[in-house]
Design a protein around this ligand. Structure first.
Ligand code: GDP
Length: 174
């Protein structure tokens, strides 16, 4: 059985818990009070392999405070960095988080990220009040050698399932 550890990072209110709960339960939980660090477990089968998935959802990292990255940054095998497409501040925070992951987890010999990362623009259903263009998310992901996906935890399960499945596959290949 493979153990896979993922960490979800991003600004408070970006929708990290909503994205994770959507993946784990297929449901959208509108209000999810969480002001503590949470660790979720799920058994999965991907490509015929049994996996023990652990996902760390730390209490949020605001843009002002130094990110609570010390713990998950060394612990995780992969990262999901979430911002809200209708909140530019959350995008700037995601940029800072990606930089911190890069600083901590780049293989200094190869100059490559040691761990796979997916940048996620959540709340795609709010595109009428969008503050971050999809192209900006794609460019930021390219600069940081990570994958990118816009999703709506409120409206869709499939995109979120796809992004987790892809990240888990990448983690297994690493
Ligand atoms: P977290 O602090 O990053 O874990 O954010 P939450 O998961 O608690 O979500 C913050 C707020 O955004 C809640 O009121 C959610 O209902 C709302 N929310 C989360 N995802 C979406 C989404 O895809 N679309 C919309 N419209 N609201 C969302």
């Amino acid at each position: 059985m493979n153990d896979i550890k993922l960490a979800l990072l991003g600004s408070e209110g970006a929708g990290k818990s909503a994205v994770l709960v959507r993946f784990l339960t297929r449901r959208f939980i509108g209000e999810y009070a969480s002001n503590t660090n949470s660790l979720y477990h799920k058994r999965l089968s991907i490509d015929g392999r049994q996996l023990n998935l652990e996902v760390f959802d730390p209490c949020s990292q605001s843009s002002e405070t130094r990110c609570i990255l010390e713990e998950p940054v060394d612990w995780a095998d992969g990262f999901v960095v979430v911002y809200n497409i209708s909140d530019r501040t959350s995008f700037i925070n995601a940029e800072n988080i990606l930089r911190q992951i890069r600083e901590a987890r780049v293989d200094s010999c190869k100059g490559e990220m040691e761990v796979p990362v997916c940048l996620v623009g959540n709340k795609q259903d709010l595109c009428h009040v969008r503050q971050v263009y999809e192209e900006e998310g794609r460019c930021l992901a390219q600069e940081n050698h990570c994958t990118f996906q816009e999703v709506s935890a409120a409206e869709s399960y499939q995109d979120i399932a796809n992004l987790f499945t892809r990240l888990i596959r990448q983690t297994m290949e690493h």
